[in-house]
Design a protein around this ligand. Structure first.
Ligand code: MV4
Length: 590
């Protein structure tokens, strides 16, 4: 086994890899950018090196710097995680060619072959794996595309050779669309992948996305760990993944697993990988191979009990896979929910900000892969993922029941998250039935339902507004010794628990409930005659909507006077003990 592994990544996957290293007795080396000085992966590692400024292109993608750090640190292997350099065959080759360094991933040659889609299709076809009807060579011109349209029937897809994730894919529904689609597929291929070569496939209208996890060692053993269903996607972004797929029966499951195994064997592949398929009408078709550990590898780990990252490291170190295909059993069901700092009610726009509250769920059936803690900032430099909630159960129904519990108890304040979206899905008939295809969200997701979900289940405080225009305040009250959570909507009289020294309402002093003073424009005025008990702000202070500016006692009640809108305090014409009349100005804001 390696002595020291450099993890060329950040966030939850870097910590996941380091956890496996730790268990194998390897020391860990983190790399980080200026934006990640306080990153969870930096804290976790045994040692850490700054590899450059915040933009990934100047840090996490700086191949030379990362290899240089590996040498300086005396690491003997590099694990790339997912994203960044993980599928870069040139980087893999540089690592392979560096003395005393091992690449924890597939051979660079296999990465290169499988990264080119027509080559990958050829390899799979040679292994007897069904591929989507189409070409295994790039197409030259529009006439050739039209001839293929005739042959397969429209619609067809023109795909960029270097493509993936929906980039550089154009759907053509008739002969008339061929010229434009060909041109834009070429343009996108060139722009994204530096390769304007394109090929053609028959286009399947509403397939399921099924992918098979494979592991292969350097002794000729190839195993598959069953499939994951990643059909629930939004604009090519996976949001929920699960294992096993609710859409496969055991026959199809066996066939697709064996096909993946055969394909990987043919490609001379080693280490972990994923073979992606489209499944429609009981037929499966090879789509592409992902030559990395994936975000959603966790659900396969949960249902097989096999630690995929541990095996990545062991296989790279030359170990032989210690289990036979027959030893791999799928036990129960697991679902992964991506918890992203995004606002589902605002087209899933990222909402960077501070996790002012971060309280994930716990207890049976829950796994949380993350690298954050309460108080951390979710920055805007990289992806918006906060973490991954993985829920396991005896079967899919059980897993869904547990998921409801888990998501209900996942409390995040300060940023918007995808939690309300997930909770909406758990009430969604099509998803619950497992009938969703890759087209489902893009066709059926209802903006009103999303907005209602965010209203109901979203944060009460979030940077950048909540997208709904409303703010709510929650307070807890005890009535006859029973607790009640009360939601007070903005603009209505607002109850609070009162100040600590008179809390509970049972003392002989002032009772605790109160009303808010509503500011008119820039002045916060007294809504009733009374006495100022305390003043909470000074000139120059910044206040936010809902902040208490002073406490006014009137009619034996303590009233928290709150700002209706945020601003800078301009003046405070009152002091403690003052008597004020209704309408008197208490605080003015700039
Ligand atoms: C397809 C397809 C239907 N037919 N190819 C989208 C991402 C890219 N890697 C391949 N993709 C697709 N290729 C043929 N011949 C439908 C998709 C597709 C899709 C695939 C998987 C998951 C979600 C998807 C959403 C839209 C389209």
């Amino acid at each position: 086994m390696f002595d020291k592994v450099l993890v060329a990544n950040r966030g939850e996957i870097a910590v996941r890899v380091m956890a496996a290293c730790e268990e194998l007795g390897c020391e860990t080396v983190a790399v980080y950018s200026d934006a990640d000085r306080d990153g969870g992966h930096v804290e976790y590692a045994d040692e850490a090196y700054n590899v450059g400024p915040s933009p990934a292109s100047e840090s996490y993608l700086d191949q030379e710097e990362i290899i240089d750090v590996a040498e300086r640190a005396g690491a003997d292997a590099i694990h790339p995680g997912y994203g960044f350099l993980a599928e870069n065959a040139d980087f893999a080759r540089r690592v392979e060619e560096t003395p005393d360094l091992t690449w924890v991933g597939p051979p660079s040659d296999a990465m290169e072959t499988l990264g080119e889609k027509t080559k990958a299709r050829t390899v799979m076809q040679e292994a007897g794996v069904p591929v989507v009807p189409g070409t295994t060579d790039p197409v030259d011109d529009a006439d050739e595309v039209r001839a293929l349209g005739e042959e397969f029937g429209y619609p067809i897809a023109i795909k960029a050779e270097g493509g993936g994730g929906g980039r550089g894919m154009k759907i053509v529904r008739s002969e008339a669309e061929v010229d434009d689609a060909l041109e834009s597929a070429r343009r996108e291929g060139e722009a994204y992948f530096g390769n304007d070569s394109v090929y053609v496939e028959k286009y399947l209208e509403a397939p399921k996305h099924i992918e098979v996890q494979v592991l292969a060692d350097r002794h000729g053993n190839v195993r598959h760990l069953g499939e994951r269903d990643c059909s629930l996607q939004r604009r090519h972004q996976k949001v929920i993944e699960e294992a096993p797929s609710p859409a496969l029966d055991d026959d199809l499951r066996g066939d697709i697993g064996e096909a993946a195994r055969q394909g990987v064997r043919e490609a001379g592949y080693t280490n972990a990988g994923t073979v992606e398929f489209l499944v429609e009408d009981g037929e499966f078709y090879f789509m592409e191979v992902n030559t990395r550990i994936q975000v959603e590898h966790t659900v396969s780990e949960e249902v097989t009990g096999i630690d995929i990252v541990r095996w990545q490291l062991r296989v790279a170190a030359g170990d032989e896979l210690a289990f036979a295909q027959d030893d791999v059993a799928i036990d129960g069901h697991a679902i992964e929910y991506r918890i992203n700092a995004e606002n589902p009610a605002a087209d899933f726009a990222p909402t960077p900000g501070q996790l002012t509250t971060y309280r994930p769920p716990t207890s049976i059936g829950i796994r949380l892969d993350h690298a954050v803690a309460q108080g951390d900032e979710i920055g805007g430099d990289y992806d918006s993922m906060i973490g991954k909630l993985i829920v396991s159960g005896d079967d899919r129904d059980h897993c869904l029941e547990r998921s409801k519990r888990a998501l209900e108890h996942f409390v995040v304040e300060g940023v918007h998250t995808t939690i309300p979206f997930h909770r909406l899905m758990l009430d969604d008939e099509t998803f619950v039935a497992g009938d969703h295809t890759t087209k489902y969200l893009d066709r059926e997701l209802d903006a009103d339902a999303l907005e209602a979900a965010v209203d109901r289940w979203g944060p009460t405080t979030a940077a950048g507004g909540d997208g709904t225009g409303a703010t709510t305040n929650e307070v807890t009250v005890e009535v006859d010794g029973k607790r009640f959570d009360v939601v007070i909507e903005d603009g209505l009289p607002r109850a609070t628990a009162g100040s600590a020294d008179t809390g509970g309402g049972s003392s002989g002093g002032a009772a605790t409930t109160d009303t808010a003073e509503v500011a008119t424009a820039d002045a916060i005025t007294a809504e009733m005659q009374g006495t100022i008990l305390s003043v909470a702000v000074d000139a120059g202070d910044e206040v936010a909507a809902g902040d208490v500016v002073c406490v006014l006692e009137a009619m034996k009640m303590e009233n928290d006077v709150v700002a209706a809108a945020g601003g800078t305090v301009e003046s405070v014409p009152i002091t403690e003990g003052d008597s004020v009349d209704m309408g008197d100005t208490l605080v003015t804001l700039e």
